[in-house]
Design a protein around this ligand. Sequence first.
Ligand code: NDP
Length: 490
Amino acid sequence: MTTLTFDSLNPATGQVVGSHPQQSAEAVHEAVGRAEEAAAWWAGIGPAERRRRLLDYKAVITRDLRELARLVHEETGKPVGDATLEIVLAITHLDWAAKHAQKVLGRRRVATGMIGMNLSATLEYLPLGVVGVIGPWNYPVFTPMGSIAYALAAGNAVVFKPSELTPGVGVRLAELFAESVPEQPVFQTVTGLGETGAFLAKDPRVKKIAFTGSTATAKRVMAACAENLTPIVAECGGKDAFIVDSDADLPAAAEACLWGAMSNAGQTCVGVERVYVVDAVYEPFMRELTERVARVKAGEHYGPITMPGQLDIIRRHIDDATKTGKIVTGGPESVRAPYVDPVVVEDVPEDSPAVREETFGPTITVRRTRDAQEALNLANASAYGLAGTIFSRNARRAMELARAMRTGMTAINSVISFAGVPALPFGGVGDSGFGRIHGADGLREFARPKAVSRQRFALPGMNLTSFSRGQEELDRLIRLVTFLHGRRKR
Ligand code: NDP
């Protein structure tokens, strides 16, 4: 039987970067079968050896950095510098996951409390088995590695389905892993279209799916997973807000806002899409922003729109925003496929698509607010809840606002800085999904807690879990529980 193939294209030139098989249900099931065996082997070599292999993998990727960055550049169109930055971030996560897995997941004793004083108790986090990772194209190394590295460090085997736009990067990541772990296919990549991802989600031997992509696809993947009660981590899109308070460092805020919104052509799940500026500093902030935005050009500072279909969404949002709001920079003519120049629009109604829906392009809407509280209220009035930014010189006020922001992550006086701190969990609320990658939570996401209690000695006169239990024992228990828990706090 001939296997169908598909091409990955350079979005800037349309040239074919590589050709890959559209893997069938059978091929995916075979990969999962191999992964099951590899998972048992990988779990069996123990945490110290896994750490050694993962740190070696880190070194292999680091030595391949230039080559890998070139491939990311070719498949996504992003500048090589941005691709390099993305890979460096992924390397720091791989390093952290490898070094912290044993400490976070390893067996430890836990306190048993007075009623369990004759017990000893241990808790550890065991591997799940095979983890399926379904990844996007916008950061084809950094984003899936946030699941892959943590799942591998937790002792699982991984079958990875990269986006059909970046299959070559996915294949390369697995090839490099095999240099450090040649014995077993602990990390495999399967290529194909959405259908191939669906085959992976439907396989009952996959014990968890880590999905990154749109909210709509997350729902389809979750429905497929429901068949087998397969749990899922869903990292979906966002509509992140950027709040500029009255005491903010305005040049720094404008610089950060611009980069957060326009870098990677705005194709960043935690990219800046909505900007709320407190009235007192609105004009000076806008001066700083418009001065800077005038110097940023598509094709020079950032690449093309990677997914051709996204251009229609971007165009629709720009058309809508420019009809209902006031153009500051750019406009409908900024879309010159496959590039989109920066677009800044003010006073777009909060219920319009440009403010409510994820644009995933180099565009922002800016709105004046009475104060930071109003900015926060508007920021929180979104179905999404991935991340956000606060600029303020008052550390305490900024922290209060950050904590009240209904998102998984918030950066203060910087943009997206949380993504570079491997110890911080990454993920959203609402339409942005659930579950966490990165950090200790990210390691635990790919493990099952295993609780064991062991009776060390029998408690005389307190044999409560026996049919020979008498009233005396119950009376003793009531006296003990009243002593321990019976005091009112009023
Ligand atoms: P999708 O949600 O369509 O795709 C994400 C991944 O899921 C891809 O690997 C895709 O494969 C795969 N997939 C598609 N259909 C299925 C299915 N039925 N079952 C299992 N897997 C499936 O995202 P896109 O890449 O099309 O991007 C569209 C939107 O997603 C963007 O506009 C943005 O809103 C959001 N997005 C968010 C990201 C984030 O990091 N939060 C990242 C990327 C996108 P294939 O590519 O082969 O279709």
